[in-house]
Structure formats: C-alpha cells, structure tokens
Design a protein around this ligand. Sequence first.
Ligand code: 3HC
Length: 296
Amino acid sequence: MSGSQVKRVTVLGAGLMGHGIAQVCAQTAGYDVTLLDVKQDFVDRGMSMIKDSLAKFVAKGGLDKGKADEILSRIHPTLDLKEAVERSELVIEAATEDPKLKLDLYRKVSEYLRPGAILASNTSSISITLLGSVTKNPENVAGMHFFNPPQLMPLIEVIRGAKTSDATVEAIRAAAKQMGKEAVLCKKDSPGFIVNRILLPALTEAALLVSEGVATPEDIDKAVTLGLNWPMGPLKLLDYVGLDTALAISEVLMQEFQDPKYRPSLLLRQMVRAGLLGRKSGQGFYEWTERNPKSK
Ligand code: 3HC
C-alpha cells in the first residue's frame, strides 16, 4: 500500500486523541473517515468534540461553515469493528494506553484488515514490535504518534517496529504529509520514542516539586513558561494530556528501561487513583472549566 492509495481511514478510539486524528484525516487530508469506539456515549462525545473544534476554525475565519459541514459529513461514527476496519487502507489505533486492551484489539483488527492495509498505532510508549507480533502481517504495522491537540500540533513520530517494512514506513510518511504534518522517523522501536522519552521525566520532576512543597503548581508552570518559553507549564500539560495517560507512559518507560529516572511520582499515582485525571475529569493540578484551567 502506498500513501497515495489511501482514501479511507479508520480511527479506533474517539477520545482525546482519536477524535482529533479523525478530524485531521477528514479536514486536512480529505480522507473518508470511520470513527469507532466501544460505547455510543464515547462516539457521540468524540463527534461533539470534532464539532466544537471545527466551530473554532470557523470562528477564526480559517474555515467556512459549509466546508465544516462537509468535513463532518465525511466522518462516520460506528460501534462495529468489522465494518469499521474492512474497507480502509489505513487504520489508526488511538485506544486507551493499556497494553492488554491494545493487544486484544490488534488480534481482532488483524482478522478484518483488507490485504495490504496498514495498521498504525498512536501509542505513546507501547512497543510497536509487540503490537505487530499478534497480527498476521507485522510488516504492515508501525507507529504513527500524534501530539495533543492533533488539530494544531504539527508533528507525527513514525516508528519502525522490528518487522515493519520500508513500504509501510513510506506510506505512513506520505499519509502524514497529506495530513499537513511534519514527520520524524524513530528508526528503532525504543520506549517513549523521541518526544515522550524527553518529556515524561520533566513532567514527573514537576509533580515531585509539588509533592516536596518546593513551589505551587502555578509558580512551577509560570517558571517553565517564562523561563523556558514552553507554551504550557508542565503541570498544566500533565492535566492537558491526562494524568492517567502520563502515568501509563511512565510505567512503560520504567518497566522497559529499569531506570529510576523514569519512576512515576507517588503523587501522580495517588491523583490517578482519586480520579483527578486533569482536563478530561475536570480536575487535576488545576480545576478545568469548559476551555481553560482555573487555579484551585
Ligand atoms: N481545535 C481547534 N482550535 C483549537 C483547539 C482545537 N482542539 N484547541 C485550541 N484551539 C485554538 C483556540 O481556539 C485558540 O484560537 P485563538 O488563538 O484564535 O483564540 C488557539 O488555538 C489557542 O488556544 P487557547 O487560547 O485555548 O490556548 P493556548 O494559547 O494555550 O493554545 C495550545 C493551546 C495550542 C494547546 C498550546 O497551549 C500548546 O501548544 N500547548 C502545548 C501542547 C503540547 O505540548 N502538546 C504535546 C503534549 S505531549 C503529547 O501529546 C504526546 C502524548 O503521547 C502524551
């Protein structure tokens, strides 16, 4: 399968990342998109987040209303995995960052994929080689890692698993270009790839500063925003990507490298246990209103 042959894309998972990826596929790449999740509520929420995001583009004058409606009409929500997968040349998995859940999903998806179709994972840290190992065609499996919010962030990491073919890597690069993104290639299937291996220790360190009482979340974020010119401080960013997702990535990094520098902070674990997941649950290091955090 070459990138130019991709016309239909399926996105598995309509959550924080999945809805944005589906939108980019329809809005920028012009693909026909199927968006799948396991519950009607989740699919409805994903479609509603897409509508909100399209409305922001319209409000800013970057998109006219008719075009936004046309983009929306090219995104087909469904709960049926077979129907979602069997027609697409490219399937992008954006399910919860849980290795067991993903492996079960890959086994099933592999049964329904059309010959030559590519299965790309938006995983933040789970091994692409492992995901490919439970499929019939691991040469067609690779990482395609987007950044939150996918509608605005210009990068895609392309990750080569142990058995990923050159043709698959090239097809994903071509699809990334079609989506208006810059691609970088992670030549080895290394935990956390490039960005998360650098980012997660910094986020963990910020959570440690809070738990040690060194500074308030607001001052830590202010320090990094003004001192390092990050668009968001590390604690706001933790809230933005989801504390559960950050914890899951840290756990993979810790398990794979066995290096204490990747150990997640106890505070992060406790906040996740308490359901303080950040923006998605309304509360994390900050309380979140519809759009922006307000200080506690
Ligand atoms: N769709 C469309 N437009 C959107 C949008 C969306 N989903 N989200 C925000 N916008 C628009 C807003 O409407 C706003 O437009 P305006 O400037 O015309 O008013 C503009 O983007 C800026 O938004 P906000 O004013 O709400 O907030 P910010 O100025 O803080 O910008 C941000 C938001 C672009 C997210 C910026 O804060 C940022 O770049 N933050 C860092 C994000 C980041 O680091 N992401 C990577 C995380 S790591 C990751 O994803 C990997 C994973 O594996 C964990």
